[in-house]
Structures are given as structure tokens and as C-alpha cells.
Ligand binder design. Sequence first.
Ligand SMILES: O=C[C@H](O)[C@H](O)COP(=O)(O)O
Ligand SMILES: C=C(OP(=O)(O)O)C(=O)O
Length: 351
Amino acid sequence: MQKTSDINVVETRALPSPAALLSELPKTEAQSDFVTRVRREIQRVIFTDDRRFLLIVGPCSIHDLEAGRDYARRLAALSREVADRVMIVMRVYFEKPRTTVGWKGLVMDPHLDGSHDIATGLRTARAFLREMLDLGLPTATELLDPITPQYIADLICWSAIGARTAESQTHRQMASGLSMPLGFKNGTDGSVTTAINAIKAAAQPHTFLGINLDGSASAIVTRGNPDCHVVLRGGSAGPNYSPAHIAQTEQLLAKAGLIKSILVDCSHDNSAKQADRQPDVIRELLAQIAAGNTSIMGAMIESNLAAGNQPFPQPREKLRYGVSITDACIDWTTTETLVRELHAALAPRFA
Ligand SMILES: O=C[C@H](O)[C@H](O)COP(=O)(O)O
Ligand SMILES: C=C(OP(=O)(O)O)C(=O)O
């Protein structure tokens, strides 16, 4: 008989079940309380009465755990310093969507060598998230593969669905069952309607295919996630954080019956992938806030210990410490100065 399936499948490798990983690396009561409290605080910043500015900041991707810890310790200290006006959440991104191909993040390839040891990737991600929470640092990530959340989502305070997947029904369904506030990016073509449609879809109940905690194929039945918002990240036509773009997004949100709450990603097409333009984007947002804007509730910045990025793949021992292997970032000193500037500029709001 002719073979009609698995023609292009080389191998299937069994993974530990989510339940096995959760029991190997359980969360403590303190971590659970922290995640619950932070999610509630973020929800209040997005939708109700917490007037702090939500700042999602950190590396484009985590590839070196020691550098990630080094960055996190600095960010935790800075976060305590500005906590009265700025709510800092660290980008702890383990899954990277690619325009064509490239390294897909620590979950998919933790050894950075194309061996794709996903079991180790999931274990590493979970262990690292626990460390972040123990530092008192809220966690943000992009959820890309629809199975990954079963292994790590209990340790995540805020998540993103990226520009390449905001239009995907699979991701909207997944979002409908997630327990944390979540930002949908506008499409890579700049379409904000994509993100708005995603918010509407994710708020509804869904039933879809997934795995349960034991790893068995299951129909997952969700309630709908009411805590989703728009993230403006620019698009193929250029940036979308100008007063005119913000006003247009407010109108689209109002027309859809959604709250006018917008987070601006200062990176990606909002800075033409020139990382050092990100401070200017923050300054423009601050100018709009000073002029009376109330819909901009936060921003995202790609930042690392050192500026820029470095070519990848290349031998691990040749990688420069604290430098991104995905998108370029601003360095720590620039980040620290910018966050303090943001904190100072927000003083009138709390006077
Ligand atoms: O944030 C990361 C990147 O912009 C995204 O993963 C796409 O990267 P690529 O265009 O280099 O594949
Ligand atoms: C991939 C990312 O962003 P976007 O989906 O906006 O390209 C990201 O924030 O890492």
C-alpha cells in the first residue's frame, strides 16, 4: 500500500506531560500569590483605576540564562525604585516567531545548536520563570506554540500574541482560555482591526483541540478571556504611535465597544527595527500624555545588557555576553536612564 501520511515526518519525540513538568518544578505558594496579585494589578492598569504606566521591558529573547539573570537582578532593583508610577514587567521571551526561518527561541532550541531539545527547553523556561518570580519580577512572554502554555502559563503575568499570529484562529482560541491579561499586536501589515477582531474572538468561549495536563489529546472548552488589549507595533507602512494613529485606534476601539486602552511597542516597525530609536518613541508617548491623552496605558521596550544584536547562528563560545541574538536592543544604561526619565515625567499624573 502506498504510504499517504508521515511522508515528510522524520521522527516524533515524546515529551514529558505538562503534569510531570509541573510536579518536577512546582510553583510555591509565594509564586502563586505573586502571579495572582500582579495579574490583578495589570488588569487594573489596563482597564480600571491603577494609573501607573505599564512597562514591558527586557531582551528580545532569552538565550543565555546567566545574562538573563544578570539583567533581571538589575531590573528588579530599578522596578522597586519606580514602582509608585511605573509598573515594570520583564520580557521573558522563549518563543520567537520568524518571518521566514531562524532560531525559534529557547523552548524550541535550548542548546542553540539546532538539536531542538524541546523537553529541556520547556524545563529551562519553567525553571527560569520561577527564578524571575522569586526576584519579585513580573513576567511577560509571547505564547506562540498552542501547547506551550500547558507547561509554563501558570508562571506568566502578562502575555502577547504576536503580529504574525494575531489573525490566527488557533491563537485566538488559545487566548480565550489563558488566565492572564494579554496583548494582541496589530498585524505586520499594520492592521489594528486584526488585533481588535482578535480581542473580540478571544473574549468568547471556544472549544478546540489541545492537550490536557496528562498530555492526552483533548477538546479544550474555554470561558473566554475578558482581559485582552491592543498593542501597536507599527507595520509595513511605518510606525503607528503618532497622535493621529492613536486617535484612529481609539475610534476603532470605541466602534468595537472596547475600552480605549493602548500599549505601544516602541520596537519593531515603530522604530524601523533601529533599537536606539525606542527612547524617542517613549518621549513622543510622554508628550501625548502631557497633552492630555488617556488611552496610552503602557509601552514595550526591547532592552538587554549591551546594545544591538549579533549574528546567529555562530559558535556559542563566540557569542558576546548580554547581546541579543534576535532583534537589536538598547543597553542597560540607556534603559535605566529612560525608565527614570519616564518615572519623572509621570509625576504630574500623581500630583
Ligand atoms: O521580535 C522578534 C522578531 O522581530 C521576530 O521574531 C521576527 O524576526 P525575523 O524577521 O528576524 O524572523
Ligand atoms: C516578535 C515580536 O513582536 P511582533 O510580533 O510585534 O513582531 C516580539 O515582541 O518579540
